[in-house]
Each structure stands twice: as C-alpha cells, then as structure tokens.
Design a binder for this molecule. Sequence first.
Ligand SMILES: Cc1cc2nc3c(=O)[nH]c(=O)nc-3n(C[C@H](O)[C@H](O)[C@H](O)COP(=O)(O)O)c2cc1C
Length: 233
Amino acid sequence: MKILGISGSPRKEDKSGTHALVTTVLENTGIEYKMVSLRGKTVNGCIACLGCVKDNICKVDDDLAPLRQDILEADAYVFGAPNYYSGMNALTHAFMERFYQFRHQTADLLWGKLAVAVGVGGTAGQAPADDIEKFFMYNFIETVAKVDGQGAASCYSCGHGETCQVGIPVMLHGEGVKFTPEMIPNVKKQVDVMASAAAAGKVLGERLKNNHDRMKVAMGVKEKMMSLFEESA
Ligand SMILES: Cc1cc2nc3c(=O)[nH]c(=O)nc-3n(C[C@H](O)[C@H](O)[C@H](O)COP(=O)(O)O)c2cc1C
C-alpha cells in the first residue's frame, strides 16, 4: 500500500507551510509514502486536446508524465496547495487539471481512493483545501480529512512588508507594524494545526488499513456530488 503526497507550493521546501503540513500528514499514516514537491517542475494545465481519450494517457510532454504511474499506483493522496487569491495556486490547479486523462472510457482508474486535502494561506488556508476536496470529489475520491494553516506571506521577507498598504502584515497588525520573529506565521509553531495534520494522517492510515471497499467509497462520493449539484441547480 502506498500514499502519494504532493506539495503544490513553488517555494523552497524548508520555507513552505504546505510542504510541512503535507509531510506531517504523511508521516502520521504509518504507511509507505512518496512525497513530491511541484517546486521547479513544469506542469502545464490541460489543453483539451483529447489525446488521452482512447488510452487514458496524457500526451502533453512535461514533468507530469513521470508522475503518472505514481498517481495510478497510489491507494491514497495527500495533496496541498497555497492560497493564491482565495483559491489553490495555478501550479496545483494545472497538476490537477491533468487528471482529465484518467476520466475516459471506464473512467474508474482513481475511483474510491482516499485523500487528505491541505491548504496554507497568509491569512487562512481553508479555500485551497476546499478546492482540492472539490477536485477529489469530481474524481470520486473521498476526502477523509482537511487541514489548513497560516503560513508566512512573502510580505514578511520582501523588504517592504512593514509599510506596504496592500500587504498582509499591515492588514493583520495595522499601520506602523514592526516585525518580530514571533509575529511571522509558521505552521510548525501552530500546535492545533500540527495536531490536526497528525490526526488527519492517522485517520487516513486507519481507513487504508481497514481494507476499504473502493467501489462503495466511489458510490458514496458520487451520491454526495449529485446532491450538491441538485442543491445548486
Ligand atoms: C500570488 C499570491 C497570492 C496570494 N493570495 C493570498 C490570498 O488570497 N489569501 C491568503 O491568505 N494568502 C495569500 N497569499 C499568501 C500565501 O498563501 C502564503 O504565503 C502561504 O504561506 C503560501 O504557502 P507556502 O508557504 O506553502 O508557499 C498569496 C501569495 C501569493 C504569492
């Protein structure tokens, strides 16, 4: 059994809250995992060429191709994204769009897998976690837990953060803010966030060890999706 972890942050791994939370979830599953950072990778969005329709293999030649087998083989996913403009960032979105290749013909290649969705934002990470959950739902993958935390906005290191009128520090702390090391958000110091990441990992590990019935899970997610569609119609 194997889990695939993806951090969609373009920041260096040791500076990324998303990377830290996805890793913490994985470490707590008690199951073998592979952690992949999308940082520095070229992953373009789906171009709707329909080249994958016959064989479920995307024909776009970029850094997603070597990950295809990992995506297929994993029994579960832990995907995380930073919050850019109240949603998941473009790199993570592009990565997820390319899951279109798995939808054709029988379309059940990913059905019934389990997942954890992670989001990190300069103010809040819930929006990207919700986006990732929705994406999983479209693929009939069950999100067993969501984790969100507050990371360090680039405004704390850009050199203008104490005075910038549209920066997160002035928004959060007001005019005249003076940075102190304690003030700079770091998910690793947020006890409740780290605890929720650890708990999410444990839930995922338990569900996987419990011989989950993939078709039953898929049908449960499908039902939830259909009722959401009906509500919004
Ligand atoms: C282009 C851009 C847009 C952003 N928009 C938001 C936003 O709308 N809400 C928010 O809370 N943080 C926003 N942020 C801040 C990031 O979410 C924050 O720095 C977070 O820590 C990034 O996660 P990472 O540490 O894993 O890279 C934005 C950052 C960038 C670069």
